[in-house]
Design a protein around this ligand. Structure first.
Ligand code: 5RP
Length: 231
């Protein structure tokens, strides 16, 4: 059954694909909203509405999906530019600062977002917040051999950091890079996201955190208005 949230995600994914032109090098995000965008991109390539595109994926999952749809792919190291990147987010504040990494893909997602000429974020209305991290924990990717040490340091910075476990706690979630993820809640949320992004990335053993600061050029928000999905 399609939920209202699914309809919002679909609407916003279509609106983002409308910004794609033939010949572009595209950053392809991760997560369920980005997957809808990739599916629509695949459909438009198949029927000829778009052509000569190259995608740079941000996760193994996205790579498998894009390859199945016949989207030509290149590695980040192999492209000389990314014209447009489209990705979802877990939280967006009024200044377009983001928390990402709910799917543990934020290392590659940030590499692509930083590189892109234009970074468009696609979210449903539930992701829009006044203050980051009141609800959604901040993902921090850490080297496996350092997770306890980084956890202690995050806790001493006022956070409460938990190792992300796989469903049914079969073991820890392991990222595409072979690392672990700490999910961190700060009491009162994150009020200085730019400073915190740098402070966390400065801890030895941290690969990247999910704060995306001053990267989003546009945020497309899917809403339900009068029973209809709108962007
Ligand atoms: C993955 C991400 C996703 O973009 C984020 O979790 C949003 O996912 P969804 O569109 O499924 O809500 O950052 O690391």
């Amino acid at each position: 059954m399609t939920t209202l949230q699914d309809q919002m995600k679909q609407a916003v994914a279509l609106a983002a694909v409308d910004q794609i032109s033939s010949g572009m090098v595209l950053g392809l995000g991760s997560g369920s909203t980005a997957a809808l965008m990739i599916k629509e991109l695949g459909a438009r390539l198949k029927d000829g509405r778009l052509k000569d595109l190259v995608g740079v994926t941000t996760s193994f999952q996205g790579e498998v999906l894009a390859a199945e749809l016949g989207i030509p792919l290149q590695a980040l190291n192999a492209v000389d530019r990314i014209d447009l990147a489209i990705d979802g987010a877990d939280e967006v504040d009024p200044g377009f600062q983001l928390i990402k990494g709910g799917g543990a893909c934020h290392v590659q997602e940030k590499l692509v977002a930083v590189r892109a000429e234009r970074f468009v974020v696609v979210v449903d209305a539930s992701k829009v917040v006044q203050t980051l991290n009141l609800e959604f924990p901040l993902p921090v990717e850490v080297l496996p051999g350092a997770w306890r040490q980084v956890q202690a340091q995050l806790n001493s910075m006022g956070g409460e950091a938990q190792l992300r476990m796989a469903v049914k706690k079969a073991g820890p979630v392991v990222t595409d890079q072979g690392n672990l993820v700490l999910d961190v809640k700060f009491a009162g949320g994150i009020n200085e996201p730019a400073d915190l992004e740098l402070a966390i990335n400065n801890l030895p053993g941290v690969l990247e955190n999910g704060l995306f600061i001053n990267l989003a050029d546009q945020v497309l928000v899917g809403e339900i208005i009068d029973g209809m999905p709108r962007v």
